[in-house]
Structures are given as structure tokens and as C-alpha cells.
Design a binder for this molecule. Structure first.
Ligand SMILES: *Cc1c(COP(=O)(O)O)cnc(C)c1O
Length: 387
């Protein structure tokens, strides 16, 4: 029996041709395709600058570096995320802490954020960077976070790995209207793919220049940034410490080609979500609630089991679905419960809403190329498993 995955890429003949064209060209990496991809995404999102890198993990790292995060500083994010949203703080030597989630959106709770900021101000432990994660493709309440950022003086880096093509109020996610920087992931299960890849968007030229440097060894070819006049046309300077986080032209061409269909991808995901919303009514599960200010890109469709209404356990339901060939998954194991973070002092019980959510959540298949017949099978099987 084939398994219906929880997510997968949507590759067209045009995408394949775009990749082949790069392989036949002069540039496999550091060619013109990267800037074209960056411009395409920046334009789509309504941001001024974009820097493409080899993963969202790298993007988060250089975004934190550009924000000046270092030893002695503090970064806050949501426990309901992939570990990379927290690890980027650790790469910079910063202390990582978490803000529990809202029980309806599963995004960072604004109420908890404000409470924690009030306490942190009193104790002198305010964060330098806060990373709200647009979980499942639904934007966090960015206007409120932005207001708090101004009041308490932290930088906001949006982890929008799930959310390219989504909207908040009348802005596209990635516009950076309420943040310093926004990060996208182009992993194959995300909305748009480059196989591996990520991007940082910003409206701030100073941050942009830093991101460019950190992506490639701390090297610049911009004479305005050099300490002395160029020795000749070969000259470059290393003016800081960076990495090799570059993306290839092969990947950028795939991403550029994929961007032609981004609205189609999201519209299809929205249609699948609507069908689930309609067909799964009445089952002992909580369907994904949508904040009226948001238009989700629906990277994930997460159901939460109402365990007091069913006899099976969460694990049993999960196993039954896998047994029936449905590649369900669980997003996310609360990051603070990972052994690495437990060693840093976190414990079960620290973020109870995220932990409670973790006991109930199941990600069911959601991707733009999902066949109608497969979605019908998922719906039918869920009804049987939960009967
Ligand atoms: C996928 C993901 C990442 C990491 O993305 P990569 O491109 O695989 O490095 C970071 N944060 C979130 C929320 C993600 O879902």
C-alpha cells in the first residue's frame, strides 16, 4: 500500500526544464539566477531586500548575527516549532527562552509575551531578539508583537518557514512591515521548494549588507565597506567572520520557477483546508482555528483530538492512521522538552499549553498536489478510526 504523505513537493515540467537549463549554462553557483530568485521573492512579498541561502536554519543564524545577537544576549521563541528556531540563538552564544502558545492559534501567545516582558524588565532579562513562528502557515499577531518590540526594545525575526504566500492584514507575509527580518524555508515539504534552501527578507539596507557578508565568509566586494582602496580588480576583503551558506543556481532556478505558481499552491491548500473543515465537522477533534486578520498558507493542517470524547489514545489514533497508509506526523514536540534544552535547565511543565497541545495534535496530509481521491480516503479513514 502506498502511503499518503503529510506533505510533499509539487514539481512541474517547467521546474524541471529550469533546472536543466542551469546545468547547461556557465554558472552552477554564484551566477545570475540567485539574484533573480531573490528579487522575485522580495517583489512578491513587498520587501526591499532578500538574501537566499542554503537552508532556513542558515537564514535564521545569519539573521540573528545581523541583529547583533551574541553572548550574554537573550532570544525568545515559541516552544511549538522546529528546533532550528531556537538553535539559531545558541549558535550565537545567546541564552534561549520560550513564550508559551495561544490555545487557539498554536502561535506565540501575545498575552504570555507581554506578561513575560513585564517580568523580564523587572529582572533585567529582556530579550534582544524575539522569533515569532507562523505555525502551520498562519501569521502571528504581528501588529501587537511590533508594538511590544518598540516598547521593550527587541528585534523581531519572523520564522515564516511555513507561511510564504500567506497574508497578515493587508500585507503578504515577508513584507517585514512589523519586523526587522523574515525567514522562509524552501525544504520540499514547505510551500515552495528549492530542495534545500532558505531566505532572509528585510527592508533595512544595513541588515541586508550584513546578511550578504555572513552568507559568504564575511567577505565583501563593495568598496564602500572596505578599509582601504582596492588593490586591483581581483580584490576583496574579509571584514568579519561569516560562513559558506550559499545556495546554488540550480536550486535558485527551481525556486524561481516555483514562484510562478505560488498563488496556485496556496489557493489549492486553502481549498483542501476548506474541504477538511466541512467534511470533518462533528468528529471528536478540534479543527484549525483561523484568526480573522490572517490568510494562512496552510503548510500544515493540524487536528487536535478531544480525548475525553474518544476511547482510543492519541498514540493509538496516530498508529491506526499510519497503519491505514496515511503518513500523519506531529508538529511539534515542544522544543524545551528536547534533551539538549533539558540540559540547559528546561523541564516538562514549563510551557503547559504547548505540552497539552502536543498530547492532542496530529498533522494530516496537506499539500498542493494532493489528489482529490487521496483526500477523500483520508477523510473516510479518519471517520472510521475515530468512530
Ligand atoms: C522547516 C523549518 C525550519 C528549518 O528549515 P530548513 O530549511 O530545513 O533549515 C525552521 N523553522 C521552522 C518553523 C520550520 O518549519
Amino acid at each position: 500500500m502506498k502511503t499518503i504523505p503529510y506533505g510533499r513537493q509539487d514539481i512541474s515540467q517547467e521546474d524541471i526544464q529550469a533546472v536543466i537549463a542551469v546545468l547547461q549554462s556557465d554558472w552552477l553557483t554564484q551566477g545570475p539566477g540567485i539574484e533573480q530568485f531573490e528579487q522575485k521573492v522580495a517583489e512578491y512579498c513587498g520587501a526591499k531586500y532578500a538574501v537566499a541561502v542554503n537552508s532556513a536554519t542558515s537564514a535564521l543564524h545569519i539573521a540573528c548575527m545581523a541583529a547583533g545577537l551574541g553572548e550574554g544576549d537573550i532570544l525568545w521563541t515559541s516552544p511549538n516549532t522546529f528546533v532550528a528556531s531556537a538553535n539559531c540563538g545558541r549558535y550565537c552564544g545567546a541564552t534561549v527562552d520560550f513564550v508559551d502558545i495561544d490555545f487557539r492559534t498554536y502561535n506565540m501567545s501575545i498575552v504570555k509575551l507581554e506578561e513575560k516582558l513585564v517580568n523580564a524588565k523587572r529582572e533585567g532579562t529582556l530579550p534582544k531578539v524575539v522569533i515569532p513562528v507562523h505555525f502551520s502557515g498562519q501569521s502571528c499577531e504581528m501588529e501587537q508583537i511590533f508594538e511590544l518590540a518598540k516598547e521593550y526594545g527587541f528585534a523581531v525575526i519572523e520564522d515564516a518557514s511555513h507561511a510564504i504566500g500567506g497574508r497578515y492584514k493587508d500585507q503578504k507575509v515577508g513584507s517585514c512591515a512589523y519586523s526587522e527580518m523574515t525567514v522562509f524555508s524552501f525544504h520540499p515539504v514547505k510551500i515552495v521548494t528549492t530542495a534545500e534552501g532558505g531566505m532572509v527578507l528585510t527592508n533595512n539596507i544595513k541588515l541586508y549588507e550584513k546578511l550578504i557578508q555572513f552568507r559568504s565568509h564575511g567577505i565583501t566586494r563593495n568598496s564602500e565597506l572596505m578599509t582601504e582602496e582596492a588593490h586591483g580588480p581581483w580584490y576583496y576583503q574579509q571584514i568579519g567572520l561569516g560562513y559558506n551558506y550559499r545556495i546554488t543556481d540550480i536550486q535558485a532556478a527551481l525556486g524561481f520557477s516555483q514562484m510562478a505558481r505560488i498563488d496556485e499552491f496556496v489557493t489549492k491548500r486553502q481549498a483542501r483546508a476548506e474541504k477538511y473543515n466541512k467534511e470533518l465537522q462533528g468528529l471528536p477533534i478540534i479543527l484549525p482555528w483561523q484568526h480573522p486578520d490572517t490568510y494562512s498558507a496552510y503548510h500544515l493542517y493540524v487536528i487536535c483530538l478531544e480525548e475525553n470524547k474518544i476511547t482510543k489514545t492519541h498514540k493509538q489514533v496516530f498508529e491506526d492512521l499510519r497503519q491505514a497508509g496515511i503518513g500523519v506526523n506531529l508538529h511539534y514536540i515542544p522544543v524545551h522538552t528536547q534533551p539538549y534544552y533539558q540540559q540547559l535547565g528546561f523541564e516538562w511543565g514549563d510551557f503547559p499549553v504547548s505540552e497539552c497541545y502536543y498530547q492532542q495534535a496530529i498533522s494530516i496530509p496537506m499539500y498542493s498536489a494532493m489528489m482529490e481521491i487521496d483526500q477523500d480516503y483520508v477523510i473516510k479513514t479518519l471517520k472510521e478510526v475515530l468512530a
